[in-house]
Design a protein around this ligand. Structure first.
Ligand code: NAP
Length: 275
């Protein structure tokens, strides 16, 4: 598994997403999480939003005895992200996750509270050891710049944004901004949240040549550069293993060009696409 730094930690470039994991039978969901850990996809992404806390509770059970293997990420809901509310929300997440710290804590998207207050709470949580680092999600360049102006350089550890073959808008401005500022870029919904073009001729041709599945080719493409991470979700242990193995794949410049040509970036949209 390739690794890249987030906040001075070496983190697997292919991690594991948990949105809607509570919709699977609990034992199967727990088996899928453990398959991710066994396969080296120890970058686990969750949020207080997911299943209204149920997914964090499920992870608390799945990660029992294995917390130290994991780079654990959760997110505060914008409606909770006041100065006090952020700290409270984090403490609730920690209890559900049965841990004393998160490795990374994100603002899920920009909301009603001033960014200064959320960032002050994040810094308080870092100082108290409850989180290792903080970051943002669904932030375009304007919001990133505002956060950087408040926090100073080197404080935003990551920005988590929509990124898949059919949605490459972040490449216009968010990706270059993050690269210049040393902010890790974590792409979410790498399979379009389940709407994946597995039968696209370009993917099928490359798959026949390389032996990698279309899903694996997508993950390898999405993590092709430094500072790029992806967090596919699957409740199926065999798929989890297949997805995780993509973290070891390095495509050649020609192979990357062929994927890029088959799934063009398109013009920069007025607003950053989100789910
Ligand atoms: P995704 O990872 O793009 O796609 C998940 C879907 O693909 C599921 O239906 C899954 O089905 C299927 N799948 C996974 N691996 C497969 C494989 N190898 N072959 C065939 N099908 C496969 O969707 P996502 O859950 O939206 O995104 C991933 C993670 O990003 C989330 O779980 C969450 O952690 C994060 N996220 C963050 C935000 C944000 O606002 N920050 C928004 C959305 C998502 P099975 O489960 O049945 O295998």
């Amino acid at each position: 598994m390739r690794q890249s730094p987030i906040a001075h930690r070496a983190v697997p470039v292919v991690g594991y997403g948990t949105w809607k994991l509570e919709e699977s039978p609990r034992a199967e969901a727990i088996a899928a999480v453990r398959a991710a850990l066994d396969a080296g996809a120890t970058h686990i992404d969750t949020a207080e939003l997911y299943g209204h806390g149920c997914v964090e509770s499920l992870l608390g059970e799945a990660l029992a005895g294995r917390r130290d293997e994991v780079f654990l990420v959760s997110k505060v809901l914008p409606g909770n992200a006041s100065r006090k509310g952020t700290v409270n929300a984090c403490e609730h997440s920690l209890r559900r996750l049965r841990t004393d710290h998160l490795d990374l804590y994100l603002l899920h998207w920009e909301g009603p509270f001033p960014l200064q207050d959320t960032i002050a709470a994040f810094e308080q949580l870092v100082a108290s050891g409850k989180i290792g680092a903080w970051g943002l999600s669904n932030f375009d360049v304007d919001g990133l710049q505002a956060a950087r102006d408040i926090a100073g350089p080197g404080r935003i550890a990551a920005n988590q944004v929509l990124y898949h073959l059919g949605e490459r808008a972040i490449e216009h401005a968010v990706l270059p901004w993050c690269a210049a500022e040393g902010v890790a870029l974590v792409g979410y919904s790498p399979f379009g949240a389940g709407d994946f073009p597995a039968d696209h001729p370009a993917l099928l041709a490359l798959s026949a040549e390389t032996g990698h599945s279309p899903h694996q080719l997508a993950l390898a493409f999405l993590t092709r550069g430094p500072g790029l991470f992806t967090i596919p979700k699957s409740a199926d242990p065999a798929r989890v293993r297949q997805n995780s193995a993509a973290g070891a794949i390095r495509l050649s410049p020609d192979q990357l060009d062929r994927i890029a040509a088959a799934f063009p970036r398109g013009p920069r949209p007025a607003e950053l696409p989100t789910l």
